[in-house]
Design a protein around this ligand. Structure first.
Ligand SMILES: Cc1cc2nc3c(=O)[nH]c(=O)nc-3n(C[C@H](O)[C@H](O)[C@H](O)COP(=O)(O)OP(=O)(O)OC[C@H]3O[C@@H](n4cnc5c(N)ncnc54)[C@H](O)[C@@H]3O)c2cc1C
Length: 389
């Protein structure tokens, strides 16, 4: 792998840095103080091309590739959490699942709108009864003539309360285990029997809602099915390989932001008549943060690079997700340490990043789940990439 950025990758990064300078830095404090989802911000990000690196122009993208998408996600999370969070919804998991598994009509209808930020998407897999054991889901979809009837609920769905489109996973054959799971594209407008309730939770930002979704005899047309009946689990797992690059890419943005803030603070703060950066203990802390950030960075870029080349990348994505998850927790903790009491002040985003790092470690397959997958893969018992199609 070439460690230098290609012209496209450098351009994508510059585009994100420019957007962060003009649209994020002057506004994030006000947005966090006000709270609430900002649809116009997503549309602005879409219009700037933030969500389009994985898709060709025909589907509203810019085709810059997965490494470019990682660079954009990293810079947007480095700028602020509310601009770092919506990528799985608009640029990776939801549009990617449709792009890879949809009919030509589904692709034409949904992918360009998601990438443009005009349609808000969400990924409906986790249920109140559990997320790690996705095959145990209880939500049912029963075929009745030219409709499916959906009953059940989903939990912790990012942007679920504001989404126009749900990529929903439900069982069409409850006796068939994971082979009984199917995927559906559910339009939420005027959807009878559907409700979404925001969950009160501390995730590091007040601008990205997370919701519990409820379906009571919700009817959707049969052409809402994505992929074939029974293909949903495989579709979810192979899509999560993309998500497992997207999640640590955003963690990397947190790591870099914390390193930037720690360096700045160590140069400004004075104790015992010296800048605290003059104490070797603080220098070592910054060195640890730097080394862990760079190690995470190259694991993430490697996974994205393999995906971009059309090579299997699920194993590399799990390694990146696991390692970066641990590293970013350490880095945010060290950043808090360097900031002393001020780490807890709202004026600095350090504590919010610390909280968000913890969320990223859990979502899209917790640290334990990544270790389970990697252990089985390395022993040769169950290959992580078996779901890649
Ligand atoms: C802010 C936020 C946003 C989210 N957004 C989405 C979203 O948009 N869409 C979506 O579908 N989901 C979403 N999730 C859900 C997330 O993916 C799940 O929380 C995660 O998969 C873990 O599932 P769980 O919470 O049910 O925990 P559980 O599965 O109940 O796990 C609890 C603990 O047990 C451990 N554990 C479970 N099974 C094993 C095992 N076999 N071996 C070892 N340890 C195990 C886990 O590692 C964890 O520490 C979101 C979660 C949060 C917090």
């Amino acid at each position: 792998m070439d460690s230098r950025l290609s012209p496209d990758q450098a351009a994508a990064r510059e585009m994100a840095i420019d957007f962060a300078r003009k649209e994020v830095a002057p506004h994030w404090r006000r947005r966090e103080a006000e709270g609430g989802f900002q649809r116009d911000l997503i549309e602005k990000m879409g219009a700037a091309g933030m969500f389009g690196c994985l898709f060709p122009e025909e589907f509203g993208g810019n085709g810059m590739g997965f490494v470019a998408q990682v660079l954009v996600m990293e810079e947007m999370m480095r700028a602020s959490i509310e601009t770092g969070m919506p990528f799985n919804n608009q640029g990776v998991n939801v549009p990617m699942a449709i792009y890879r598994h949809g009919t030509p009509a589904q692709k034409r209808r949904y992918v360009p709108e998601l990438v443009a930020g005009r349609t808000i998407g969400c990924f409906g897999l986790t249920e109140p009864g559990g997320g790690s054991d996705a095959a145990a889901m209880r939500t049912r979809a029963v075929r009745r003539g030219d409709r499916y009837v959906i009953n059940g609920s989903k939990m912790w769905i990012t942007l679920g309360s504001v989404a126009d489109l749900i990529l929903l996973f439900a069982k069409t054959d409850p006796d068939a285990g994971h082979a009984g799971v199917s995927a559906f594209l559910v339009d939420t407008k005027d959807l009878k029997g559907f409700s979404a309730k925001p969950i009160e939770a501390d995730i590091g930002t007040r601008c990205i809602p997370t919701a519990e979704l409820s379906f009571q005899d919700v009817e959707i047309p049969v052409d809402s099915l994505l992929g074939g009946e029974g293909q949903g689990f495989k579709l979810a797992m192979s899509t999560l390989h993309y998500g497992r690059v997207c999640v640590p890419a955003r963690g990397l943005g947190i790591a870099q932001a914390c390193l930037d803030m720690a360096v700045q603070y160590a140069n400004d703060r004075v104790a015992f008549g010296k800048k605290i950066g003059e104490f070797q203990a603080v220098q070592h802390t910054i060195a640890d943060m730097l080394a862990q950030t760079e190690a995470a960075r190259w694991l993430i870029y490697r996974a994205a690079d393999r995906a971009e080349r059309g090579e299997s990348f699920g194993r590399e994505a799990s390694i990146a997700k696991y390692f970066a998850g641990e590293a970013v927790m350490n880095i945010t903790e060290k950043c808090l340490e360097i900031h002393g009491g001020f780490g807890f002040a709202r004026e600095f985003p350090v504590f919010r990043y610390f909280t968000c790092a913890r969320v990223l470690r859990t979502g899209e397959g917790s640290a334990n789940i990544q270790k389970n997958l990697l252990g089985l893969d390395e022993l040769g018992w169950k290959k992580i990439d078996r779901h890649a199609a």
